[in-house]
Design a protein around this ligand. Structure first.
Ligand code: NOJ
Ligand code: CA
Length: 538
């Protein structure tokens, strides 16, 4: 049973911070937690009220921190636990909640649990990870097996990269051919579950408001329908509802229907699982997840097809009603290229109008609010092609774009060298900038109950190959009509006369947008690359 979400989540707009690239407070070239604190007023100025920080714990950084070596300790390069606690309280004073990144599926091979587990002599950590019975075992299982990295005569299962051994949550359907596949109630899996609970409790006690959960679907092995994985998360959610009802869990699952059923408050639509989301913002043939047939819907060519997104979205939307949310993202540290690539400011403004008027919990990836661009760079910390979407935030004109006072060679990653690279300072000063548009759209979202995460969503007009895309949002007697036209040519729609009782109030629309009553019904004319929000009654 899914319980109610905390009220704050219904008003949440999230900002994602990749800590190594946000702001360097001590001139060592790497962003850090005091740096995030120093920029809290900026974050508050966006109007966002929640932040998710990528993993900031002790790690050898073979996967940018998704290879945790100590879940209880902030990585020295980012600061101290006291800094993180200060971030919780300083953010809290500004009405901003902080979500940490929980990596429950695997640790680093440097984690003390793994160092014990890989020993030949049995010890309390022997069954913390998924090990077979011998390095020479044949037939190998269908899981990715890493051999030769242990004292113990066994191979372990990797969860992602080879240096990320899978923690042992047991097997939903153990293979009798492989007796080492332990059932979910075996002592090892039960101990691992308790460890994860302890980690959650530790950070919630210190002021975290919840977690983005890495690879949330990956825990129990041979669990094709994810029933056992879901059972574990539901037990965590029930316990959190009892002990921390204000805290939230956002899954990295890529399947909101499944994740919300499993107890998550929200789940992302993501490149690896949601071609519909890819079809919104990524250009034909671009990026890591090449989809040769798709045109981006938000493309001035007008060749995109909103149904590619909408059919997938509606499936998840209906399945997650009434209390679970879909998190639509501008991008993240894994998605390539960045939202701004191949889009001008007008197009980006329209994307934000859409994103910030849709249901659920929108997430803005740092830098996307100013239109930072993807960089072609060699791999850093296991980033590979993702590296170029992780470059330092561009604050201003100064050295290193104001990211760091350290020498240029010391920077975590090079800064966009383009002379016209976007910066916060320049866009702050320009009332028409993308940054100021994002701020005003967030203000609109917060001011209107019908734009809450849980306000109703209904499709009004969404036809394959046709524009505009029109939907309504409503809550507590307020009803809004939102229309978007990504094409570089005007778009017209005619809506049934009975749909709108009186002349709508314009909440936000370009001067040349027109919504008038005619003999045929309500005629809506949108200029090229534009969107409009109207308040309608009836
Ligand atoms: C998903 C994270 O977002 C990604 O950056 C990481 O490499 C993998 N999970 C492994 O933890
Ligand atoms: Ca630093």
């Amino acid at each position: 049973m899914i319980k109610n979400s905390p009220d704050w989540l219904k008003k949440a707009v999230f900002y994602q911070i990749y800590p190594q690239s946000f702001y360097d407070s001590n001139a060592d070239g790497i962003g850090d937690i005091p740096g995030i604190i120093a920029k809290l007023d900026y974050i508050a100025s966006l109007g966002v009220n929640a932040v998710w920080i990528n993993p900031c714990f002790v790690s050898p950084f073979a996967d940018a921190g998704y290879d945790v070596a100590d879940y209880y300790q902030v990585a020295p390069r980012y600061g101290t636990n006291a800094d993180l606690e200060r971030l919780f309280s300083e953010a809290g004073r500004r009405g901003i909640r902080i979500l940490l990144d929980l990596v429950p599926g695997h640790t680093s091979i440097e984690h003390p649990w793994f160092k014990q587990s890989q020993q030949a002599v049995p010890n309390p950590y022997t069954d913390y990870y998924v090990w077979n019975n011998s390095v020479w075992e044949t037939p190998q299982s269908d899981l990715p097996i890493i051999r030769g990295l242990s004292q113990r005569d066994a191979a372990f299962v990797a969860n992602f990269f080879a240096i990320q051994p899978a923690l042992n949550y047991g097997f939903a359907q153990p293979d009798p051919q492989h007796p080492w596949m332990q059932p979910v109630d075996a002592p090892g899996p039960q101990q691992v579950r308790q460890e994860i609970k302890n980690i959650i409790a530790f950070w919630l006690e210190r002021g975290a408001s919840g977690f983005r959960v890495d690879m949330a679907a990956s825990l129990v092995k041979r669990d094709p329908e994810k029933r056992e994985t879901a059972r574990f998360w539901r037990s965590i959610r029930d316990w959190m509802d009892e002990t921390n009802p204000e805290a939230v869990l956002v899954a990295e699952w890529g399947n909101p229907a499944q994740a919300v059923e499993a107890g998550f408050h929200a789940d992302f639509m993501l490149g690896f699982n949601n071609p519909g989301w890819v079809s919104l913002f990524r250009k034909r043939g671009e990026g890591r997840w090449r989809d040769p047939y798709a045109w981006s819907f938000f493309d001035a060519s007008g060749h995109g097809d909103i149904r590619q997104f909408l059919d997938e979205y509606l499936y998840h939307y209906e399945a997650t009603q009434p209390e679970g949310f879909i998190a639509l993202i501008t991008g993240n540290h894994d998605e390539t290229p960045r939202l701004a690539d191949g889009r001008d400011t007008a197009q980006l403004k329209l994307v934000y109008l859409f994103l910030l008027t849709m249901p659920g919990t929108p997430f803005i990836y740092y830098g996307d609010e100013i239109g930072m661009r993807y960089q072609r760079l060699p791999s850093k910390e296991g980033g590979y092609g993702r590296t170029g979407a992780r470059t330092p935030m561009q604050w201003g004109d100064g050295a290193n774009a104001g990211f760091s006072a350290g020498p240029e060679e010391s920077l975590y990653l090079p800064i966009d060298p383009a002379p016209d690279r976007p910066t916060v300072a320049a866009q702050d000063a320009n009332p028409d900038s993308l940054l100021n548009r994002v701020r005003s759209l967030i203000r609109i979202r917060h001011a209107l109950p019908a734009l809450d995460a849980d306000a109703d969503f209904n499709v009004v007009y969404a036809e394959s190959g046709k524009l505009p895309f029109i939907y309504s949002r409503s809550k507590g007697g307020q009803r809004l009509l939102v229309a978007v036209n990504p094409a570089g040519r005007p778009a017209r729609a005619v809506l049934p006369g009975e749909m709108i009782a009186a002349q709508p109030i314009t909440i936000d629309a370009p001067d040349s947008a027109i919504l008038v009553r005619s003999d045929e019904g309500w005629v809506l004319d949108l200029p090229p690359v534009s969107g409009a929000i109207y308040e309608i009654s009836g």
